[in-house]
Design a protein around this ligand. Sequence first.
Ligand SMILES: Cc1cc2nc3c(=O)[nH]c(=O)nc-3n(C[C@H](O)[C@H](O)[C@H](O)COP(=O)(O)OP(=O)(O)OC[C@H]3O[C@@H](n4cnc5c(N)ncnc54)[C@H](O)[C@@H]3O)c2cc1C
Length: 332
Amino acid sequence: MSFDNVRGRSTPGRPSRTPQVSGTPSVVGQLGRRPDGTVPFSVEFNPPRDEAAEARLWRAAREFERMHPAFVSMTYGAGGSTRDRTARITGQLARETTLLTVAHLTAVGHSVAELRSIVGSYADAGIRNMLVLRGDPPGDPLGEWRKHPDGVEYAEELVRMVCELGDFHVGVASFPQGHYRSPDLDHDTRYLVSKLRAGAEYSITQMFFDVEHYLRLRDRVAACDPEQGAKPIIPELMPITSLRTVQRAEELSGRALPESVMRRLDRAAGADPEANRAAVREVGIEIATEIAQRLIDEGAPCLHFITLNFARATTEVLTNLGYTVTPAVVSA
Ligand SMILES: Cc1cc2nc3c(=O)[nH]c(=O)nc-3n(C[C@H](O)[C@H](O)[C@H](O)COP(=O)(O)OP(=O)(O)OC[C@H]3O[C@@H](n4cnc5c(N)ncnc54)[C@H](O)[C@@H]3O)c2cc1C
């Protein structure tokens, strides 16, 4: 998987749904039903590579701002210059928008001293919510993991460190089909529960296309530790908008898409995928809508969308689900 990549403020004109924890809005505090009764949703951005991509991200951020997501998160990559850009944009999202901003923090390539300094600079930017991750080896995500000589081995240690550093709200990653380095689902569940016990308040899952995997993860965590099992497990979704995004989804999830999903997309693509792009997109949005509806029916606390820095696909899924989204010209 490759990721080259606060304090929230109340939204004018809306009652605040944000319980204050020591004065700081938290992700978990945002997870009650929205004023119109709909389930909260949130969005994930990736650090843009250049100025044009950054402008696109800002267009999407402004469009989402009008739709009142529970929070937005910004992934964190391994590249040096991208990391600087990431930190700058994450800080700007927190300071210059009404969006509750979650910074992803990864252990890859950092000593403990550097990690402390990054947390400190996020705190200076008003960011108090962090998704704490180990990260993957740069270049080849499936390659051998080597901890920084003065760094941490597992996300759990980083969770402890961030919690000790101050009044931060920490989330962690969870894996409906198990993390690919876990020997089995039992170990995977126990490691997730350890991260939650270390101080994480919730987890966000890796994306999936079979809701059963999410439901079984929820069952496993609850069976392993009912107290930790009561913490929100936020499902991550990615609307497929083209056959190219299928490849991206497989990279991000580390898994092939289920055959049933591929069959529907391939049928829409037919013999001429280029000519049938609109049909592929329509089916992709339909699939994401079905997954999201089932998650709502099963009581998911929030729907977290991978956006690839575009607002349109997420908006279409939400509209299909009956959300009222402010009419706007949304980015592709
Ligand atoms: C929602 C989400 C967002 C993400 N965002 C980013 C991002 O912004 N940037 C990025 O680089 N990556 C990101 N990732 C990918 C993530 O960093 C990788 O999947 C990584 O390989 C695992 O991270 P982790 O935090 O779960 O690691 P860990 O929890 O440390 O787990 C790593 C492996 O070690 C095992 N393990 C954990 N604890 C122990 C232990 N005590 N003893 C033995 N084994 C143990 C786990 O089962 C797992 O196999 C994201 C993933 C998700 C689901």
